[in-house]
Design a protein around this ligand. Structure first.
Ligand code: CTP
Ligand code: MG
Length: 238
């Protein structure tokens, strides 16, 4: 069968500090979640989607699914306490017929359909692949509160993003072992790496950043506004 997509959107967004849960905070007039749904709607080879949600947001999510034209079976589920719990809960709802599962954070509104397609194709070949970008800045080791104690060589360091795609059996085993061993990681690739499986990186994009703070949201809003300007017919052309 086609790949299953998991969109994790159940977080509350404590660091963003908005009264609305992060995935439903407006960005350019649409909830943050809607951007990921739209990207997903244009990916070939997706058979179903599972979305983790904050409580009480099911009907708002259904509206966005329709608006994005996501023409797939979609299951909505409450998330767990941590992101990793949410992924595990969603994973249990994926079809056993899916060979590949692709996981994406709703908090990254600018992931493209090509980002999804890229990791899915690489995972189908190699078992596991994530979007990532090489680190561009110089990395300092700082001892609390503000003293530099070293520079970490940058060569070979990449920033992990989502989407991340895996052979479904591999991701299920990775989450099973993590739960049994009490391991908590900030991404799914880490759990799969702990199995000793190889994970490939596929070129992500600087633009595919995660909205964490109010500053990130302001940057995202500026990007959306600039895009809207570019696509609107200018008054001089009318
Ligand atoms: N997420 C989730 N379930 C959780 C926690 C997070 O589905 N229990 C999702 C978020 O909705 C987000 C993604 O995982 O799309 C990445 O999490 P993060 O950026 O940390 O979002 P929040 O947990 O909402 O933010 P914060 O940590 O600031 O509260
Ligand atoms: Mg969080």
């Amino acid at each position: 069968m086609k790949a299953s997509a998991i969109i994790v959107a159940a977080g509350s967004g404590v660091r963003l500090g908005h009264s609305t849960p992060k995935a439903f905070v407006p960005l350019g007039g649409a909830p943050l979640l809607s951007y990921s749904l739209e990207a997903l709607a244009h990916v070939d080879g997706i058979g179903e989607a599972i979305i983790t949600l904050p409580s009480g947001m099911e009907s708002a999510a259904r509206t966005e699914i329709r608006r994005a034209g996501l023409d797939l079976p979609v299951k909505l589920t409450p998330g767990g306490a941590e992101r990793q719990d949410s992924v595990r809960i969603a994973l249990a709802l994926t079809s056993a017929l899916a060979e590949i599962v692709v996981v994406h954070d709703a908090a990254r509104p600018f992931a493209t359909s090509a980002n999804f397609a890229g990791v899915i194709a690489a995972a189908a070949r190699a078992g596991a692949a994530i979007a990532a970008i090489p680190l561009a800045d110089t990395l300092k080791q700082v001892s609390e509160p503000n003293l530099i104690v070293g520079t970490v060589p940058r060569a070979g360091l990449w920033l992990a993003q989502t989407p991340q795609a895996f052979r479904r059996d591999l991701l299920i085993e990775a989450h099973r072992r993590a739960l049994a061993a009490g391991i908590v990681a900030t991404d799914d690739a880490d759990l799969v790496q702990r199995l000793g499986a190889t994970v490939e990186v596929v070129a992500g994009a600087t633009l595919n950043f995660k909205i964490t703070t109010a500053d990130d949201l302001a940057v995202a809003a500026a990007i959306v506004a600039a895009r809207a300007d570019r696509s609107a017919p200018s008054s001089s052309n009318r």
